[in-house]
Design a protein around this ligand. Structure first.
Ligand SMILES: [Zn+2]
Length: 245
């Protein structure tokens, strides 16, 4: 197991836990670690809460969902199948995050969709403009059949909601998947509050939605960085907020 990957997965778990992207010991971050295995936050009798994740909580699990390496008191999460099947079907994905944000739970309980309701406020507008579907099954993704079905539903997207359950996010790096998870949480938090304030929130005009959907140019001369530099800058901000930098 690569110590650098272990430390980055553990850090992502702590930051997501401390910033309330989930509750208790629920949820996990993983990273692709070779042709047929991943490193993932483990569960079981030796498990830690997400916000207290240490390097020893990270184990190696094959895409057949068998533990390859790591603490024997920590075992593969039952939803390792969700991670393994996204890696199997999406060679471009290097990291997967599964969390249970409360606002995502509440919105999907009532079947209230995410819409592009804000623009320059934050990156959640772009995510909403791309479209965030809701996986309709509320049960744990805990076997190969359900893992494959979920990954096929997820398709080539970078995020989806899971009805009465949580969210799943896939990215090109641990940091990208973690940042997108927090961006999605901001979107679900604000959407939830907007529904509370006045019912179905109005979607932005089409012209604004089209502009918001465009990713930031990596070579832009002003403002926040685009591309991977922007991802890492945002990640630094979230780590600082969580006391992890
Ligand atoms: Zn779950």
């Amino acid at each position: 197991m690569d110590p650098d990957q272990i430390e980055r997965v553990a850090t992502a778990c702590r930051v997501l836990g401390k910033l309330d992207a989930t509750h208790g010991a629920y949820g996990h971050v993983s990273v692709r670690a070779g042709d047929d295995s991943m490193l993932i936050k483990g569960k079981g009798k030796g498990q830690a809460g997400l916000r207290d994740t240490q390097a020893s909580d990270i184990i190696s699990v094959s895409f057949d969902v068998e533990q390859v390496d790591g603490d024997p008191d920590v075992r593969p999460p039952s939803e390792s199948f969700l991670h393994a099947w996204i890696y199997r079907l999406r060679p471009d994905v290097e990291s997967v995050v599964h969390m249970h944000p409360e606002s995502a739970l509440l919105l999907t309980i009532h079947d209230l969709p995410l819409r592009t309701i804000y623009g320059a406020y934050g990156q959640g507008g772009r995510m909403a403009a791309e479209g965030i579907p809701t996986y309709p099954n509320s049960l744990t993704v805990s076997d190969h059949d359900r893992g494959r079905e979920f990954a096929e539903f997820f398709g080539d997207r970078r995020a989806c909601l899971m009805r009465a359950h949580g969210v799943a996010v896939a990215g090109g790096s641990i940091e990208e998947a973690a940042v997108d998870t927090l961006v999605l949480k901001e979107l679900t938090d604000i959407t939830y509050k907007a529904y509370l304030l006045g019912g179905e929130p109005p979607e932005l005009p089409e012209e604004e939605r089209a502009a918001i959907a465009k990713p930031l140019d990596p070579d832009r001369p002003f403002g926040a960085a685009g591309g991977q530099a922007g991802v890492l800058a945002n990640w630094t901000g979230y780590r600082q907020l969580a006391g992890e930098a």
